[in-house]
Write a new protein. Structure first.
Length: 405
């Protein structure tokens, strides 16, 4: 009897102990889980904070005006990016910032030459471009033109200026390559005692960017003995779509020759016989010079290129908008399309707006129309085509000759 009582008491105590301990154990496990979740949340918050800091630094240098802190801001943005983990880099997102700002591979920056050295001498050719942050395109297209000019005019020092401070900052921050803006380049010429200044814009036409360039040069004109501004690639604009000049003819021939060669055809006629249309995509502009794009279309037709179509990213003029060009190609009966930029450099517009995978890219829209058997792209700027480089050489010669008179 006594043993049974003792046994019962032991069992009751064990049950009581289990009742008392079990909630504590559960609570401990829950506490551990909460602590772990809080730790993870804290880590995620810290990761996002680090990424947001980089985004803010990128947005700070994504501006069109250079300031006293620009150099330091570019350095700070790159150092902060380099300090991120791969996971944190994927979280970078701002008004303009994204992981691609520092993370996208656009080629080898060391192949380029910023052409910002002093000891210029008496005579300078300043090559003015909008610019591009795509390293390979900058080296092949812009540097290609600059190299051609230096070869043609060895007695003149060729220097560079970009008009897009946003691009200058991007290249400086990412690649530590410092390119002069217009004011810096002109002041460098003054500081080096340049007497004769020839400015060769790589712009396509007498548009808004050309006008802004001329305005900047005007403020420095009295600091040189002579200043001459050469014609942009396509020369004078003309009054309407029917007005064609030799520059437009030369460019139309050059870009179609390059396009058919890249595509593996002997000429435009052979490509047309195979059902291939070439769509050359320019930038577009609301400036009165936008008639230039219609003039280029007229020039293509005058050369007998029924399979050449001119379009623009901005859709200005309206008949050059993507949807309008798609209809033109469809109506002409071509089933294969090759997209190629009508731009000096194959930069952001060529890689993203034309050849990108986003739903509003030209490639996506042409494919999405369902009207074509194939849609291919050629990502090459005009600046790497020798005939175009020689056109700039001729324009520069005219400007040099005008100084000598």
């Amino acid at each position: 009897m006594k043993n049974r009582v003792v046994k019962a008491l032991v069992m009751m105590m064990a049950a009581s102990t289990l009742t008392m301990v079990s909630p504590v154990g559960i609570y401990a496990e829950e506490t551990e889980a909460v602590t772990e979740a809080a730790s993870e949340a804290g880590t995620e918050d810290a990761d996002q904070a680090a990424a947001d800091n980089v985004a803010a630094l990128i947005d700070k240098i994504y501006v069109q005006e250079r300031t006293d802190t620009t150099d330091a801001d570019c350095t700070a943005a790159k150092e902060a990016w380099d300090a991120l983990t791969d996971a944190q880099k994927e979280l970078v997102e701002g008004e303009e910032a994204s992981p691609e700002y520092f993370g996208r591979d656009t080629g080898d920056a060391s192949k380029d030459d910023p052409r910002n050295a002093d000891e210029i001498g008496d005579n300078e050719i300043l090559v003015v471009s909008f610019g591009t942050s795509f390293n390979d395109s900058r080296a092949e297209d812009i540097k290609g033109i600059e190299d051609a000019l230096q070869t043609a005019y060895p007695d003149w020092a060729v220097r560079r200026a970009f008009t897009a401070q946003i691009i200058i900052n991007h290249v400086q921050a990412r690649d530590d390559e410092k390119i002069d803006n217009m004011d810096q380049a002109l002041q460098r010429a003054v500081d080096n005692g340049v007497k004769n200044l020839v400015v060769q814009p790589t712009h396509l036409m007498h548009g808004a960017e050309y006008d802004e360039m001329v305005e900047a040069i005007d403020s420095y004109k009295d600091k040189f003995e002579s200043v001459a501004i050469a014609e942009p690639m396509l020369g004078e604009v003309g009054d309407d779509a029917t007005v064609i000049n030799d520059d437009k003819k030369a460019v139309a021939q050059a870009i179609t020759d390059a396009a058919v060669k890249e595509a593996g055809y002997d000429d435009m006629a052979a490509a047309a016989a195979d059902g291939v249309a070439f769509v050359f995509m320019g930038h577009g502009t609301s400036h009165t010079a936008n008639v230039t794009y219609d003039q280029m279309q007229t020039q293509m037709e005058n050369l007998g290129f029924t399979n050449a179509f001119i379009g623009t990213v901005e859709g200005e003029p309206e008949d050059t908008a993507c949807e309008a060009v798609i209809e033109k190609v469809k109506d002409a009966g071509f089933k294969k399309v090759i997209l190629r930029p009508l731009m000096v450099v194959a930069g952001d517009h060529a890689n993203n707006d034309m050849a990108g995978d986003d739903e509003d890219s030209w490639k996506t829209q042409f494919v999405g129309s369902g009207a074509f058997d194939s849609v291919d792209v050629q990502i090459e700027g005009l600046g790497r085509i020798e005939a175009v480089e020689q056109l700039y050489v001729a324009h520069t010669k005219d400007a040099i000759d005008s100084i000598a008179k």
